[in-house]
Design a protein around this ligand. Structure first.
Ligand code: ZN
Length: 657
């Protein structure tokens, strides 16, 4: 494990809290220590309050912050005196604890303090660091884990048996620390959970963490339980997108809402899914409670979603001592799927959740593989795992959560998404919670957004083979397709029929018409598997109802596409797929309309640029965003009972009216 401490960087810290931020970020950078909001750190300082009285304050990581990116404001200041009194109570329920923490902060706008706040307060060190280090939990979750921890660390750490995070854990840690700590003590290991290190400076606490985790890693090396054989399983190139989409539909139906299914894992997940002992090693439980909160229940092996869901309902009924969720409201869908053909699949309510599940399980696979080499992976009993999954505090967060966005868990494909109307459509769909696959011939599409719910694929849509591969990639990323926005197209320079070359005509037809036929055909089985029914939006043109001279190829292609959409509406209606068209006109904020072109066109008509832009009945400028917002709404409930509609978005055009 690398020690990332850097004297220059540390030297730039102005005070203790700056140093607290600095080493928290060092810990957060290493994904084998903490993942996605996991782990927490704290600092104890004495500072004056508004009355000038000195108070001991614990600055502890606030919930919702990630150690990797935490800032000063991400630490919640809580009064130490009260925390230490709380620690002496016999019992404190989770809601009571939350109330006490929130009401004893010295900054009302600070985030809610970590649920491990009282634990941090009881450790008598200025800096306290806590991680769920992979190497440590590998050992605590293996056969004879406790003996091994003693063997590795001797008296330098206090060992605490598993108790669910919260007040009881804080109390037990304080007790164990009082009983077992010596002058040699530098840390504390929590069985099936993680590790604490502490010290009087930020550097000492951080470096102790690195040393302790390095010892665990070295132990695994010595025991022949570190190096994992490189995966030999290679994901096949075979087209599986329809199978993936059907699996996602089954998952969504079990969950009661559309889910994202990410099946893009590499050979590692596939090799793990193909282990001969997979039905044993994967079915014991997670490595740490922190992971349960995100990956929830046990992985599903194979694709029998109904079987999994009914087993899960039975498990829920057995373990829920007081039902916090009515059985009818239960979402029994798995979050991790291990399939011998798809490999590791991650499931989530949105693409971000699925990405988190994928990353956590990536670490879980290493932990399980290494613990198995060490003599066997030993997870917590089912009841403990259940208690974390249905933890009051986590449930409260869910209840407090806002209404999910319109397209939560749904997937849209937008063609020509690198700029103009296509990019605006991607934005409108992302803003409504959809995961978006953006395709464009312009390779800048790949870098358009770096976010888990966007996948940009550079693709020549007229190349059927390339298109097939791009669809496969997109569907594996998010699990299927709910919405298809056919936007890509070209607008060649004006040419009258007398001068129109066959090559130009064919090129326009190939892009504006033929490619859309192929897309519709290939997307049909995917749209059919959409949990809420497939939706297609065609970005047509005013030229369909009102063609102009000089645009024969463009207008003909758009008119043929319009007719294609009408036939599709007839053919696909029975599958719950609706298809509607938009006919925009004079949208000038796109790549083809440079300022010079705009100025010359305006001059041609004897208009100012503003007059030219608003040359319609309503005298309004039509922007890409206007078209995109309407396209997105056409995929939503407003148009739930409409198919084959053609809606102008042109500010009113006399020839169309
Ligand atoms: Zn923890």
């Amino acid at each position: 494990m690398r020690n990332l401490w850097n004297d220059d960087e540390a030297g730039r810290c102005l005070d203790d809290l700056d140093l607290r931020v600095y080493t928290s970020r060092l810990l957060g950078q290493d994904k084998s220590l903490v993942l996605h909001g996991g782990g927490n750190t704290s600092l104890k300082v004495r500072e004056p309050n508004i009355l000038g009285e000195e108070e001991d304050i614990l600055y502890v990581k606030g919930s919702g912050w990630d150690l990797e990116t935490i800032e000063r404001g991400g630490f919640s200041p809580v009064r130490m005196e009260h925390l230490l009194k709380l620690a002496k109570l016999e019992a404190l329920s989770d809601p009571q604890m939350v109330n006490e923490l929130l009401s004893h902060m010295t900054r009302a706008t600070a985030p809610p303090p970590s649920v491990e706040t009282i634990l941090h307060a009881t450790l008598p060190y200025k800096y306290v660091d806590h991680t769920h280090a992979d190497a440590v939990v590998t050992i605590t979750n293996s056969d004879r884990g406790e003996d091994r921890i003693r063997e590795i660390y001797g008296d330098t750490v206090v060992l605490v048996p598993y108790v669910m995070p919260g007040f009881d854990l804080a109390r037990l840690c304080a007790l164990k620390f009082a009983e077992e700590s010596t002058s040699e003590t530098v840390g504390m290991v929590l069985m099936n959970h993680g590790i604490f290190s502490f010290g009087d400076t930020a550097r000492v606490a951080y470096e102790r963490m690195i040393e302790l985790v390095t010892k665990a890693e070295q132990y695994l090396v010595e025991q022949g339980a570190w190096a994992l054989s490189a995966s030999t399983a290679l994901p096949s190139d075979a087209s599986r997108r329809v199978e993936v989409a059907e699996l996602r539909r089954a998952l969504s139906s079990a969950a009661g809402y559309p889910m994202i299914l990410s099946a893009r894992s590499g050979g590692k997940g596939l090799a793990f899914a193909c282990r001969s002992d997979i039905s044993i090693v994967s079915q014991q439980g997670p490595a740490t409670p922190d992971h349960v909160i995100r990956t929830k229940r046990l992985p599903m092996l194979g694709r029998d979603v109904e079987g999994y869901a009914s087993d899960y309902r039975a498990y829920f009924e057995t373990h829920s001592r007081q039902a916090k969720v009515p059985l009818t409201m239960l979402d029994p869908a798995p979050r991790v799927i291990l399939d011998m053909e798809f490999g590791l699949c991650a499931v989530g309510r949105n693409a971000r959740d699925a990405a988190i599940v994928a990353e956590i399980y990536d670490h879980t696979m290493d932990i399980i593989s290494r613990a198995t080499l060490l003599g066997g992976f030993r997870a917590l009993p089912a009841q403990d795992i259940f208690d974390v999954e249905y933890w009051d505090l986590e449930q409260a967060k869910l209840r407090k959560g806002d209404k999910p966005p319109l397209f939560a868990g749904e997937v849209a494909l937008v063609t020509g998404a690198a700029s103009g109307i296509g990019k605006a459509c991607a934005d409108s769909l992302l803003a409504r919670g959809a995961a978006v696959i953006g395709m464009d011939i312009d390779s800048r599409i790949e870098q358009l957004y770096r976010r888990p719910d966007f996948l940009g694929i550079a693709c020549d849509l007229t190349d059927e083979e390339a298109l097939g591969k791009a669809l496969e990639q997109g569907v594996r990323a998010f699990g299927g397709l709910d919405m298809l926005i056919l936007n890509a197209g070209i607008f060649p320079a004006g040419q009258r029929i007398g001068e129109l070359e066959t090559a130009t005509w064919r090129k326009v037809m190939a892009i504006n018409l033929d490619a859309n036929l192929v897309l519709m055909r290939e997307c049909y089985p995917l749209l059919k598997a959409a949990p809420h029914g497939g939706r297609v939006v065609i970005i047509g043109s005013k030229n369909v109802p009102a063609p102009g001279p000089g645009a024969a190829a463009y207008s003909s292609a758009k008119a043929a596409l319009n007719q294609l959409a009408r036939v599709a509406a007839l053919e696909w209606g029975g599958d719950g797929i609706r298809i509607n068209s938009l006919h925009p006109n004079a949208v000038f904020d796109t790549a083809i309309w440079s300022d010079e072109v705009l100025a010359s066109r305006a001059k041609h008509y004897g208009l100012s640029i503003d007059e030219y832009k608003t040359n319609n009945v309503l005298k309004v400028e039509v922007k890409s965003r206007d078209v995109a917002e309407l396209a997105a709404e056409m995929c939503g409930p407003l148009f739930a009972k409409t198919t084959a509609a053609q809606v102008p978005v042109d500010g009113g055009n006399e020839r169309v009216i």
